[in-house]
Ligand binder design. Structure first.
Ligand code: FEO
Length: 393
């Protein structure tokens, strides 16, 4: 295995993980992922930017076989998919110094037992000259941990952006070749990992807009040789108003709740509101996260289990709250067997988000004509609110 050249003095030494299907024992990876690491060679010094997940240490060691000296190892982010091989790199290169943020220093000691004396803290904007290649470190906290930094290389106009702008996508393409494919992978990544921090990311986008960037080299997925593609997408996801869309995750045990979901879907469609229903018994939770990026309204469809919402529906609501999307309105529909406190429990869960809670539509057993009429009224209310705010697609 050899390093792959990117441009003069910059090589890719990361690994593609074709088979990984779950990240953090939580996030589905339908298209695998990659752990990108980069070697930057100046006239005088050599720096390794990040390492790889430790399961790929053998590959990284092989790629570094003909690299006799590494002076610096830049740790942008302490999460182990990038830092996990750091102790092995430091063992192989005993003279190498770790460059990272002040917050990351303690985390490296705690998470990986890195010797503190091998770590040098870089301030926001501080530089290291490798000889014709300058590493400028920029603080970029909360993308998605508090310690994260990125590196800008002004001579080549390359931004090493860490997790920011990344995509979980296994590919042999060094650069993006299919923007449609990468758009969905990057949006999934944003939805699941970055969206809770979109207020902070807005500031980061403004900071990065001042840089002259020719290439963005993230820590996951292909590189961007058209940076505007991903930066414009991020601006849209972070700042644009939500769309005229209802996201409708639901679960049904004996069919009554599903009848209500299908009726509401039709009623909303007739009111020219886009609906994205997700049957939680079969859905890819990542697709639900993507839909939440620009939806205006969330309606949860749930039967009642032991007085509360179905656990799958509760999980979907919990996920939606945790991801902090731009939602403006939320509501609940569903059927129960003998009694229900599902609405109260879901409303309590949603307290953390600044959403208007709509009148729920709950019925006992099979929905009657009056229940279906209530769903029609709910559709009219949603369509009216979307119209007042002039939401579009
Ligand atoms: Fe790719 Fe937050 O690690």
């Amino acid at each position: 295995m050899q390093p792959l050249p990117i441009m003069d003095g910059i090589e890719f030494v990361g690994s593609v993980d074709w088979d990984r299907r779950l990240f953090d024992s939580l996030i589905p990876l339908p298209d695998g992922t990659s752990y990108n690491a980069y070697l930057v060679k100046g006239r005088d010094k050599v720096a390794l930017l990040d390492t790889v997940d430790p399961i790929f240490w053998d590959q990284l060691r092989e790629k570094l076989r003909d690299v006799p000296r590494i002076d610096y190892v830049v740790v942008h982010h302490v999460e182990q998919d990038h830092s996990g091989s750091l102790p092995l790199v430091l063992e192989k290169y005993p003279a190498a110094t770790v460059l990272t943020s002040a917050k990351a220093r303690g985390m490296l000691v705690d998470h990986l037992h890195v010797a503190e004396e091998r770590i040098r803290v870089m301030a926001d904007g501080e530089t290291i000259d490798l000889g014709g290649k300058t590493l400028r470190f920029l603080a970029m906290p909360w993308v998605h941990w508090p310690e994260t930094i990125v590196t800008y290389l002004p001579e080549d106009r390359v931004l090493f952006s860490c997790d920011l702008f990344g995509s979980h996508l296994a590919t042999t393409d060094m650069y993006v070749t299919d923007e449609g494919l990468v758009y969905e992978a990057a949006q999934r990544y944003y939805a699941e990992i970055m969206m809770p921090f979109r207020t902070v990311i807005k500031g980061h986008l403004e900071k990065l807009a001042k840089l002259d960037i020719a290439v963005i080299a993230p820590s996951h997925g292909p590189l961007y040789d058209r940076p505007a593609f991903i930066m414009d997408a991020y601006r849209d996801w972070v700042m644009a108003p939500p769309h005229n869309t209802v996201v409708l995750p639901f679960v049904s045990m004996h069919g009554s709740t599903e009848i209500m979901v299908r009726h509401l879907t039709d009623a909303l469609q007739r009111q020219e509101v886009r609906v994205k229903p997700f049957n939680l018994a079969v859905t890819d939770i990542g697709k639900l996260a993507i839909a939440l990026v620009d939806a205006a309204t969330l309606i949860l469809g749930t039967p009642t289990v032991h007085l509360g919402p179905h656990p799958a529906a509760y999980y979907a609501a919990k996920l939606a709250v945790a991801l902090k999307p731009k939602l403006l309105y939320a509501g609940l529909i569903g059927s129960y067997g003998w009694n229900s406190r599902a609405t109260e429990q879901v409303v309590e869960l949603c307290q953390g988000l600044k959403m208007e809670i709509l009148e729920p539509v709950i019925c006992r057993g099979l929905p009657l004509a009056e229940d279906l009429a209530a769903l029609d009224r709910l559709a009219s209310v949603i369509a009216g609110k979307h119209r007042v705010r002039q939401l579009t697609d």
